[in-house]
Design a protein around this ligand. Structure first.
Ligand SMILES: C[C@@](CO)(OP(=O)(O)O)[C@H](O)COP(=O)(O)OP(=O)(O)OC[C@H]1O[C@@H](n2ccc(N)nc2=O)[C@H](O)[C@@H]1O
Ligand SMILES: Nc1ncnc2c1ncn2[C@@H]1O[C@H](COP(=O)(O)OP(=O)(O)O)[C@@H](O)[C@H]1O
Length: 284
């Protein structure tokens, strides 16, 4: 038997850090949503009790470092599954980009193997498994739009954003999430984005208010370390995007655009100096 799962990319419409915790993680409040740029996973049973990962791209690990491998191993161990699985990852989401590509692959693996092996694991339990793999994995299990707190694993579903275009641009640099959190001075942050403001904007379905309430405190670190990310933000604003923000720890910058007529100018303007540009829709 063979099954397929989509693993969409996430963006953070808002990312606030409240404090550093004793366990080394940071207490966060984030508003997260999915966009229509997705990896595709194909999972099939193997006659031998083993996990094999393949991908069409050569720049991700295919061994136990791969988050899909870790998800398969976890579910096999926890539910004492003695069957093997072959997982092919058709990667479309840029890697180490702040778009949770690896986390979404892990979440899709949990969902997919739950179906393939008919385990009937409830979504809540899949989320708890996901939290063992990474802070963003529980959100990727549920998808939709959510307010995430704790280290990212506590989820409250909220109104989805009004439909719009999302332009994603990833500069050719690698940003380590651990490094960005490590450099953040959480208790010295001068301003915090407003969760209440963003929630209200989404509840009202106001595109304009959503753009006005975008905010990400990790920009204070990544934009200082990598001036090209700041330049990318400035270019997107200049080219006419209605709201612009860095996603997660970066380096991807997203622009929200309400009018299709504006897209060509933004896309062509960015492509002049940034190779990886994608025009997608919100997944609502
Ligand atoms: C910043 C965010 C925003 O959505 O995403 P990305 O930029 O990675 O996409 C997330 O908080 C990232 O989540 P994820 O990538 O799953 O992080 P994890 O694997 O759990 O943690 C990687 C490292 O980041 C730091 N970390 C992560 C989450 C958190 N709330 N506090 C932290 O300090 C820790 O140093 C941890 O060792
Ligand atoms: N299935 C996977 N897809 C992409 N990257 C993966 C995967 N499994 C493990 N990784 C590793 O995880 C790291 C973070 O990748 P990714 O999840 O794309 O980053 P981000 O959370 O910043 O969007 C990369 O260094 C990559 O080598």
């Amino acid at each position: 038997m063979k099954i397929y799962e989509k693993a969409p990319a996430k963006i953070n419409l808002l990312l606030d850090v409240l404090r550093k915790r004793e366990d080394g993680y940071h207490e966060v409040e984030m508003i997260m949503t999915m966009v229509d740029l997705a990896d595709r996973l194909e999972m099939s049973e193997l006659p031998r009790d083993t996990i094999i990962i393949s991908s069409q791209v050569g720049y991700i690990p295919l061994d136990e470092k791969n988050l899909a491998f870790q998800a398969a191993r976890l579910i096999k161990e926890r539910y004492e599954v003695q069957q093997g699985v072959y997982i092919h990852l058709d990667k479309k989401i840029p890697v180490a980009a702040g778009l949770a590509g690896g986390s979404s692959d892990a979440a899709a693996t949990l969902r997919g193997l739950n179906r393939l092996w008919r385990l009937n694991i409830p979504e809540e339990e899949l989320c708890a498994l996901g939290a063992e793999l990474g802070s963003d994995v529980p959100f990727c299990v549920t998808g939709g739009t959510a307010l995430a707190s704790g280290r990212g694993e506590k989820l409250e579903p909220i109104n989805c954003p009004p439909q719009c275009w999302v332009v994603l641009a990833k500069p050719p640099i690698n940003v380590s999430t651990a490094d960005v959190y490590g450099r953040l001075r959480a208790n010295e942050l001068k301003t915090h984005p407003s969760i209440a403001g963003m929630r209200k904007a989404l509840a009202r379905g106001s595109f304009h208010e959503m753009c006005g309430n975008l905010g990400n405190v990790l920009e204070t670190v990544t934009l200082e370390l990598y001036p090209e990310v700041r330049q990318l933000k400035e270019s997107m604003i200049r080219l006419g995007a209605d709201g612009v923000l860095m996603s997660g720890s970066g380096p991807t910058v997203f622009g929200l655009v309400s009018k299709e007529a504006k897209l060509a100018r933004i896309y062509n303007g960015l492509r002049g100096f940034c190779k990886e540009v994608y025009v997608v829709r919100m997944l609502t």
